[in-house]
Design a protein around this ligand. Structure first.
Ligand SMILES: Cc1cc2nc3c(=O)[nH]c(=O)nc-3n(C[C@H](O)[C@H](O)[C@H](O)COP(=O)(O)OP(=O)(O)OC[C@H]3O[C@@H](n4cnc5c(N)ncnc54)[C@H](O)[C@@H]3O)c2cc1C
Length: 530
């Protein structure tokens, strides 16, 4: 069963090796395992539902708790600290667009808000009900999960919007196709959630972000159904797909989505190259992406992230051999690891592999072959399970992400890391912050920074620490003119910083647009724009 207060299946754990534990204790200090609230303790504080009884709407306490929060660090703190200030009053599991229309009508009649819910993997507060007098009904799309049409002539597939990444790929792969969208939350996040948050998968370099993959679909809104046709291209004014993308549940509920699929690649492999310095690594990656090499992944870690990843990998003997090999070739602790993904027809993949190594060598890169890359690929969806382990050891982990143009990448990365590292100086707490370039483009790159700090005895103090760190990192992003989110969306956590990039007029335009579809403001209020 899925954990109610953490990541993933209860049966799956990610133990930390002794080297990794020692490393963490060195960089952050010794953690104190917190005492987490039990599900029964949270259930005992659950207020009564304010929704009138209706068939098809569950007011079961466990269902309401399980849909109360997503996966952000404040969400974890609220669940584990038993300090949740709002719950959905009910949860519905519709099986058709008709049932969703009926739920929208019902919510309007009883004066309830509606929260579209995909996999609940939001990390910015997207699916949390607002505290206050208005009841909330969460609409869980998980029963809209089937492959409805696979159009092999046009390479289009239509799915129910609640299909998870895992089920979507399994259904496509059975026919020899892939969508190629693999966010790290892939096992639980859904097609509808990806579209509503403008998600980016790990192989976006080769397959594109969700906005390139989303061709069209149906959205049930309080003002009627919006039908977005899957044209290959069109010159008919505003592209309606853009209204749906990133709408964060404000517009309506996406019931079906058509996506652009492609045949499974003949070959796919991952390799690792080390660069002597961060600057050399950045230049090499920029040249690779601007040279339009047909790669599916380029992921460059800073020197500190490289050291952290190697320590967390925990294979003492292999790592010592690797360190010796790289030291003999003149690399020191400034070395940075680049993960490269190659996929496609065998001949193209072979040529691309050779070209990418040629470019890497030009910037003093040294290939260590496929072992580390293949290991990453095999375990990539297990990494989030480490959050559970670290929490139990007394450490909180969170990430911030942004994107900017190439000229600003080094300064923005340094500014975010500095803001985080010094963010808890007043309380004498150390923060371990490290980054990688996660998604690269010819014109710039996304920056993804992970930070680890110690959990306090009082959940409210753990939350205050997070607020200080998140605020400092977000202000650094705004000051250095990065976007406040490259892939996680806005939700509630990024809202205060949105005006800096959209402007007052831009935000007003968004408000008016959503009001057109939802005049009473019942669709996921309080998220994205106020
Ligand atoms: C461990 C972890 C790793 C992650 N890795 C990535 C990553 O690599 N890339 C990335 O982009 N994100 C990542 N995320 C963030 C998250 O997975 C994405 O934002 C994802 O797109 C959310 O999908 P979901 O189905 O879980 O949506 P939810 O969290 O359920 O909802 C998110 C938003 O979408 C709306 N929504 C959901 N379904 C519908 C629908 N059918 N119609 C209308 N609106 C809807 C909701 O109302 C809400 O506003 C990660 C999160 C975690 C916890």
């Amino acid at each position: 069963m899925k954990r109610w207060n953490g990541w993933g299946e209860e049966t799956i754990t990610a133990p930390l090796s002794a080297i990794a534990t020692a490393f963490l204790q060195h960089v952050v200090g010794i953690g104190t395992p917190p005492r987490d609230a039990t599900l029964e303790e949270v259930a005992a504080r659950l207020p009564a539902s304010r929704l009138p009884v209706r068939p098809g709407i569950s007011t079961d306490p466990i269902a309401r708790i399980r849909h109360a929060r997503g996966q952000s660090l404040p969400d974890w703190i609220a669940l584990r600290g038993c300090c949740i200030d709002s719950f959905p009053d009910g949860v519905a599991y519709p099986e058709s667009a008709g049932e969703i229309r009926e739920l929208i009508r019902y919510a309007g009649e009883v004066g309830s808000n509606l929260i579209p819910y995909g996999g609940g993997t939001s990390v910015v507060g997207h699916i949390n009900p607002l505290a206050g007098d208005t009841p909330s009904l969460t609409v869980d799309a998980s029963r809209l999960n089937r492959l409805l049409i696979l159009d092999e002539t046009n390479h289009l597939a239509t799915f129910g919007a609640g299909v998870t990444g895992l089920d979507l790929e399994a259904q496509l792969r059975a026919h020899g196709y892939t969508l190629g969208h693999f966010p790290q939350s892939f096992e639980y996040s859904t097609l509808g959630g990806w579209i509503a948050t403008r998600s980016s998968g790990q192989q976006s370099l080769g397959y594109g972000r969700i906005e390139q993959l989303f061709a069209g679909g149906y959205v049930e809104t309080p003002s009627g159904a919006l039908d977005v046709r899957p044209f290959p291209a069109s010159a008919t004014g505003l592209d309606l797909r853009e209204i749906v993308l990133g709408s964060e549940g404000r517009l309506g509920i996406l019931t079906e989505a058509t996506v652009r699929v492609r045949p499974l690649p003949e070959q796919e492999h991952y390799l690792v190259v080390f660069f002597p310095t961060w600057e050399q690594g950045i230049t090499a990656v920029r040249e690779m992406v601007q040279g339009r090499l047909p790669l599916v992944l380029l992921r460059l870690s800073t020197a500190l992230e490289t050291r952290t990843q190697l320590a967390l990998a925990g294979h003492e003997r292999v790592l010592s051999m690797l360190e010796q090999f790289l030291a003999l070739r003149g690399m020191d602790k400034r070395k940075c690891m680049l993960l490269i993904g190659v996929a496609g027809h065998a001949a193209v993949a072979k040529r691309t592999h050779a070209e990418v190594l040629h470019l890497a060598r030009k910037h003093k890169g040294i290939s260590t072959g496929r072992m580390l890359g293949e290991e990453w690929h095999k375990k990539r969806f297990l990494t989030p399970y480490l959050r559970n382990t670290l929490w139990r050891m007394g450490y909180a982990v969170d990430t911030v992400e942004t994107a900017t143009t190439w000229d600003r990448v080094p300064a923005l990365t340094s500014a975010i890391e500095a803001a985080l590292r010094t963010g808890l100086a007043e309380e004498g707490e150390q923060v371990h912050a490290y980054s990688h370039l996660s998604h690269v483009y010819p014109h710039g790159s996304a920056i993804y920074t992970t930070y680890v700090y110690r959990i306090a005895a009082d959940p409210q103090e753990t939350l205050r620490r997070w607020q200080r760190l998140k605020g400092a990192a977000s202000r650094a992003i705004v000051a250095e003119r990065g976007t406040i989110s490259h892939q996680h969306g806005v939700g509630t956590d990024h809202q205060p910083y949105l005006v800096a990039e959209k402007g007052a007029l831009g935000l007003d335009a968004m408000r008016h647009l959503y009001a057109q579809f939802d005049p009473r403001g019942m669709m996921n209020p309080g998220k994205l724009v106020l």
